[in-house]
Design a protein around this ligand. Structure first.
Ligand SMILES: [Zn+2]
Length: 267
């Protein structure tokens, strides 16, 4: 039998949707079946954050983002019901490339004012990534937000003048300035900002801790609270923030962990 549809009053429920490619490595996604009989989506946590739980056929599964800084080895999803318990999964190691650059110290040593701004930006970005809404995402496989050549630089470790920086936590898509950036799936605008590194930025909430981020925009055409359907324009490709040329930096976060957008692209 195929095509079994479950009808339920659970808020986090829909017919089965296509899952992202599973890649249980730092920066990847683990698909963890939950052995829970429940009408409603169970509350599941991993590494201190609530995780996305969806109904797939007849059972609940957690779709867990694995932060880039996660140590390989045993990780867990914890559930409080019916009784508190853990479900383990293995995080395999992944070696990302390292890029070492020698640049004029002026370019990497920020002024006190810039550092203060960067810290404010960090708090604002954190707020968007921590957003939770009970809806389930309408899709976990979709197209890219702009046409163009995709970098495969997710996870790249960058070292400037011998000092480690945060790894690259998204996908860069090359596109001419002014190209419309479209929501790849339905979402609500939960934040917009103009950041030191990321430039003009839009955050979309797709439900259950699945958040997307669009950076370096020349123009933002949406406002917080606005609901977008798949294909709706949110802004235009630009080169605001710290960049050398126009491109879209696209970030996807699950349970507060940046994950490789490549895993979510429809083949
Ligand atoms: Zn980038």
């Amino acid at each position: 039998m195929v095509g079994l549809m479950l009808v339920s009053s659970a808020p986090c429920n829909a017919a089965s949707i296509a899952l992202p490619a599973q890649s249980a490595v730092p920066g990847g996604v683990a698909i963890v079946p939950l052995d829970v009989e429940s009408e409603h989506a169970p509350v599941a946590m991993s590494a201190g954050h609530r995780v996305l739980v969806i109904r797939q056929d007849a059972r609940w599964i957690a779709v867990v983002g694995i932060a880039l800084a996660t140590a390989p080895g045993r990780a867990t999803v914890s559930l409080r019901e019916p009784a508190p318990h853990f479900i383990g999964f293995e995080v395999a190691p992944k070696q990302y490339a390292t890029q070492s650059l020698k640049v004029p110290p002026k370019q990497v040593n920020l002024s006190a004012a810039d550092l203060e701004r960067v810290e404010k930006d960090r708090v604002s970005i954190e707020r968007s990534l921590s957003h939770w809404s009970d809806l389930a995402p309408q899709a976990l496989q979709f197209g890219q937000p702009v046409p163009g050549v995709r970098s495969s630089s997710f996870g790249l470790r960058r070292v400037f003048n011998g000092e480690s920086r945060n790894p690259h936590s998204g996908m860069d898509i090359a596109a001419p300035a002014g190209t419309p950036v479209r929501a790849p799936l339905a979402g609500e605008v939960i934040g917009t900002g103009s950041y030191f590194f990321n430039g003009n930025t839009v955050f979309l909430d797709h439900g259950s801790g699945f958040i997307s981020m669009y950076c370096h925009l020349s123009k933002i055409s949406v406002k917080p609270g606005q609901k977008l359907g798949p294909g709706d324009t949110l802004g235009e490709v630009g080169m605001t923030g710290r960049v050398t040329g126009p491109h879209l930096h696209w970030g996807l976060s699950l349970n507060h962990a940046w994950v490789d957008p490549e895993l979510f692209l429809k083949q």
